[in-house]
Ligand binder design. Structure first.
Ligand code: ATR
Length: 269
């Protein structure tokens, strides 16, 4: 059996197990490959992850709050993981190798390369790092806004791009929400209120924009809904999840990921 897992805390609601199992089924390899969710506290992460490697696991996805620690425990890291400063994909082939498919996954989810686009990234936390790295690598002009402006400046100093405090929604070709605004504690829609926490204004969205909201849940976020209703091309967090998962799948199995089966699984789970 080739064993895989996703490691995080909390992890019970992760859609990754359903997504990867659907991929194994679609390719007829479900009897050879498994993928489970493993909850780990930060203080257990290094020891328990190394134990998985010793126990014969092939690899793991790593999510909040362990992505930086995943890079630290690795014996080797790809340039992508090192440049982003975090890993979401580990492979255990003799040694622990760290990779990051969050940035490539975002790029794969976009309708075209963001090269030459003026892009606004909302947020300067863990999720933003991969976004800023990916957009810069493709040659976008990246501006970073964050509620706490010092964090936006620190991220721009480290990775590139420019920290901004005042923005005009309509001027961007691409807007990516990498904040946690819109993550719902309850499934009830918030009636548009979430936008107030962000600098964008609903009437600024238009049909020549691509708008990505990394947040996903049972309902469309206020940001996605405002952008979609004004004609923007909206990419939701599940589409980005599918593409990062697909890139990880390719790394571990060497097989072409069955995207449609993976997409169906995350939308149904
Ligand atoms: P993640 O790893 O998901 O990026 P994080 O590092 O905790 O998580 O970052 C959360 C991001 O959402 C940050 O950019 C945070 O802004 P601050 O740096 O000012 O905390 C942003 N965020 C969270 N709640 C927010 C809110 N109510 N309004 C605006 N931004 C918010």
């Amino acid at each position: 059996m080739f064993r895989l897992a996703v490691i995080g805390q909390p992890i019970a609601h992760s859609r990754s197990p359903a997504m990867h199992r659907a991929a194994f089924e679609a390719l007829g390899i479900v009897d050879e490959w498994s993928y489970e969710a493993i909850e780990m506290a930060p203080e257990q992460f290094a020891e328990r992850t190394e134990a998985l490697a010793d126990a014969g696991y092939v690899g793991a996805n790593v999510t909040v709050p362990h992505k930086r620690a995943a890079l630290e425990i690795a014996e080797r890291a790809t340039d992508v993981a090192r440049e982003i400063g975090a890993a979401n994909t580990l492979s255990f082939a003799g040694q622990i190798v760290a990779d990051n498919t969050d940035g490539p996954g975002l790029l794969a989810a976009l309708p075209k390369s963001p090269g030459g686009m003026r892009a606004l990234v909302l947020g300067a936390g863990g999720a933003s790092r991969a976004v800023v790295w990916a957009l810069l690598r493709e040659g976008a002009a990246v501006e970073i806004w964050n509620r706490t402006s010092t964090r936006a400046r620190a991220l721009a100093d480290e990775l590139g791009g420019a920290a901004v405090e005042e923005i005009s929604t309509s001027e961007y070709d691409l807007i990516v929400n990498a904040t946690s605004v819109g993550l719902q504690a309850s499934p009830a829609p918030s009636g548009g209120d979430d936008l107030k926490a962000l600098p964008v204004v609903a009437d600024g969205f238009h049909d020549r924009q691509v708008v990505v909201d990394l947040v996903y849940g049972s309902d469309e976020t206020d940001l996605a809904s405002a952008a979609r209703s004004r004609g923007a091309n909206v990419i939701d967090g599940l589409e980005v999840l599918v593409h990062q998962g697909a890139e990880s799948f390719r790394i571990w199995t060497g097989l072409a990921p069955p995207l449609e089966a993976m997409r169906r699984a995350v939308r149904e789970s």
